[in-house]
Design a binder for this molecule. Sequence first.
Ligand SMILES: *Cc1c(COP(=O)(O)O)cnc(C)c1O
Length: 226
Amino acid sequence: MEVETIAQRISAIYKRISHCAMRAGRDPLEVKLIAVSKGVSAEVIKSAIDLGLRAFGENRVKEALEKSQLLAGLKEDIEWHMIGHLQRNKAKNAVRLFELIHSVDSISLAETINRHARDIGKLQRVLIEVKLSPEPTKTGIGVDGLEPLIVSIRDMENIKLEGLMTMPPYSDNPEGSRPFYRRLREIARGYGLRELSMGMSGDFEVAIEEGSTMVRIGSAIFGERR
Ligand SMILES: *Cc1c(COP(=O)(O)O)cnc(C)c1O
């Protein structure tokens, strides 16, 4: 896609984020834009970096590593975010690469992350992915398992738990996501967790109204994925 088109899309998204935040009585700077670059080439990511984006979300460790290596050496400090399901056998590389892992969903995964983080002397920032919809395909931990997971993570020295993430079930109407985002915010508040990773291309304004602090936007920046 044309760099110009990406530039226009990014500025349109920033405008929508700030208008929406202000309408909701929030500071637009509380909402971080994570550009979801899964399936997007390093070259296109490079143009997004030139346009000012710094945080990129990926759902596969291998793909993210390859692209981060291609982009290494840029003077800008790029942040990589793991937004997809993480398998334990990929945790070692994930801990090396990612600033924030949004998708912790089991005690065993958290233990593995903690061990690899300790090995390299890192405090790994994480979010817990919560499954709020009954769809069988959705990843994340159910609400019943959340408390034990939070309690366990709070004992892990090399993990910093900052908040929660969720994916609502697919809906044509952004309002369909609202009850899920509202619920996530209420759950996070109950545990004193600040960060809420919620909102995608189709529903990020609803997510911001419900308190999102990180929106994960792919197709509205880079175009439809094939
Ligand atoms: C792909 C993906 C997104 C971005 O979706 P868009 O609709 O392209 O904005 C956000 N979050 C997760 C977890 C994803 O896998």
